[in-house]
Each structure stands twice: as C-alpha cells, then as structure tokens.
Design a protein around this ligand. Sequence first.
Ligand code: ZN
Length: 468
Amino acid sequence: MQLFNTLTRQMEEFKPINPPRVTFYHCGPTVYWIQHIGNLRGMTMADLIRRSLVYFDYEVDFVRNYTDVGHLTSDADSGEDKMEKAAKREQLSPERIADKYIKIFETDTTRLNILPPTHTPRASQHIDGMIAMTKTLLENHQAYVTPLAIYFDVSRFPDYNRLNRQKLDLNRPGAGKGTVEDPQKKHATDFALWFFKVGEHADALQTWPSPWGVGFPGWHIECSVMAKELLGETIDIHMGGVEHVAIHHTNEIAQSESANHKPFVHYWLHNEHLTLKTGKMSKSQGTGLALSSLIDQGYDPLDLRYFFLTAHYRTRQEFSLEALNNAKISYQKLRDAVIALKKQTQRTSLSREKLTQLESYQRQFTQALANDFQIPQALAVTWEMVKSNVPSADKLELLYEFDRVLGLKLDAASEAQVPETITALARQRQQARQNGDFAQADALRRQIEKNGYLVEDQPDGCQIKPKR
Ligand SMILES: [Zn+2]
C-alpha cells in the first residue's frame, strides 16, 4: 500500500511499526463552536483512510482529541483562549461550552457515519503529561522560562523546519501561534509550552498549578502529549488539515522529538480544504454551513458523505448546493440499485467468466485504496460493478463489502414509506389493467404522479417510488 507522506513529499510504501496494529492520531476540533462542513470533510477523509486500513485487515488504534483549552484566537503573538471567549459569549463555563460543542460534533459525525475513535481525549485531562514533557524540555535546555510563559527554544532543534520546508527564520513573527507579546522571548519563532496566569491571561478561567506557577498549556504540546500517552512515543500516522503543516505539526515534531529522543511520526497525512466559489470556508460565514442546516433543507447527511467521496483527500473540493444535489441523486440511484438487487437475491452458480469479472472488480477497488486512498476511483469501480452483468446475489455481497469503506449504509437501503392513499390508487390501477380498462389505468397513474409518486410496472406487479 502506497501513501503520500508530507514529510518526504513522496509516495511511500506503508510499513507500520507493529503490524497488524496501526497507531493513528488525528488532530480534532477546538470545541468552542459548531464545526462547519469543511471541518467535517476533514473528519470524513480521516474516517475513509481508517476504514481503508481496516479493509486491509489492520487493527487501527485511532485517536481524535478535543482541544478544550490553550488554543488562542490570534495567529500572531497574542490572543484570547477560544474556549474562554465562547464562555463569555454564551455565559457558560468553559467546561459546559466543551460539553455542548462536543455533543453537537459527535451528533454530526455519527450522522455522517464516521466511526467513533478508539480514544477521544480532552486536552484538559492530560495536564500532568504536559507538565512532565515541559519539565523534560527545560531539563534538556530546549525550553526557557520568562515571567509570562515557558517557551520552546526553536534554535535548539536544528531540524525544526523538516516538515514545513520553510527556511528557519528565528525572527519570523506569528510562528509561535498563541504566544503573548513578551520582551523576554528569545526568538519570535519560539512558541509557548505553558502560559502563566499573568498579564493578558490574568483572568484565565481554566488554570492548573505547575512547578513554575499557575497557568495553562499551549495548544501544540497538547497533541504531543495525548499522542504519546495513548499511542506511544513513535506513531505510524498523524493526520490533520494542510493549515497545520506550517506551525502546529512542525511544533509537535520539535517538542516530541526533543523530549522523547525518538522519531515522532512515520507518515504525515494532510487533507486539503473544502472551498466555496467565494474562497475558503470560514467560521465567520455562520452556521449556514453547519450540517444541521443542510438537514433542514431536506438533505440526508449521507448525501453530503457521498459528495465527499467524489474528491480525493489531497485535492480541494468546491462545495455548492448544485454539487450536493448531484451527489444526492447519485446516492439515491445507488440505494435504488441495492433495493432492486435485494429483490433478486436468488444465487446462481457463477460461470468462470463471471467469477473472473467479480474478482477483477474487487482487485480494482483494492488497488484504488492502496494508491494513497483513491476513494473517487473506488467509487467509480463500485458503479461499474453495479452496472455489470455479474449475478445479483454476488453483486449485492460485493457492494456491501465495498461499503465497509464507503460507509453509505447501503445495507439499510429500503423503499421509502408510501402513503396508504397512494398504494390504494395503485391497487385500483392494477385492477383496471387486469380488467383491460387501460384508459382508467392511465387516469389513475396520472393521479398517483400528481401526488408525487411514480409507478413502474414489473413482471410480478408494480413498484411505487417517490418522484425526484
Ligand atoms: Zn493537533
């Protein structure tokens, strides 16, 4: 299996440390707001990769964290903790804010049929580990203390820019995302491991004692520590959005490798963004791009999942309602195919030719996954197989097998409930046809169609479906 490693900018053969186990850390959301569908795309991409690994018989230990402290609002050297800002906005404690938005997030991920992670740590539950790692870095002289914060000294980690491939510029401001303006900071690029409850954080709501003073952790060290405590010092896969390459993941590597003296991650995977015609999707566009708002407009969450399947994780995908409508139609067609196949499940013996055909689809599907998780290609193979002439029972079986990766709940596909008034009209029409009264049958058909349903005649009766 080949995957694209951001660290080397190359396709590489996937070799886990302890097969069949695969350790997989995915940077989760900061839980201060409803996650828009762009963020949910990132979650779906990680889910598809995880499901592909499981399809290849790996046992995936999957961690997706919740950042509930320490993620500041500004990209520059100052800012307010996002959780505390939300707490003020909504007049709730930071803990209640976290509970509220974790619940909404988990409802959304469940609706998108994203598998629950093996572990979902909250950063605030791993403070001891963050203090321990900070202590190690101070002892190694890779960090230093000022009256305002404890910083990682970037000049003490020569390979700092390995992942982001930028030129090391110790004076580049903004690199230390979330650090306070501090005259005693040695280089602008240094980033905070621990903030003290002083200065602009004097009123911080979430603080803990530490050997150096009361305060709270920086955002980057949270992921380094949760990954270490739940998965180990060296992990197989670490994933996140492309926006994390330049700073967040670069800083995670610096901290983890300096503290553990071991490689941190073997394969770095980064997903591209969901965009709008107008540009990048942002929180400021409001909750109009929340999953719940699409549901209110009549979409099934899995229409959105189907839409996500049509673009590779490393390419940008442009969102529009038109594109979502197309996905909805295709998804319904796929479910219709399943419903039709379910009715013809008589297993026939497979000719050698058909068996070869079946195996060929299976191989093509597997090859698509093994090529850096080419889900759009896997979906195309699925359609080809559905349209082929392999016997229905085998087709259905293979479709369910593919759906272990696609996650479209195809086994649950069933005909929509047709109202009794409509089935009564259909029965009358059936009777009219049997009586040879085709004018009456046609009139009844029109009446059914006026009510939003279609009648399809079949050898053993008729099928009624909602019009789309
Ligand atoms: Zn992270």
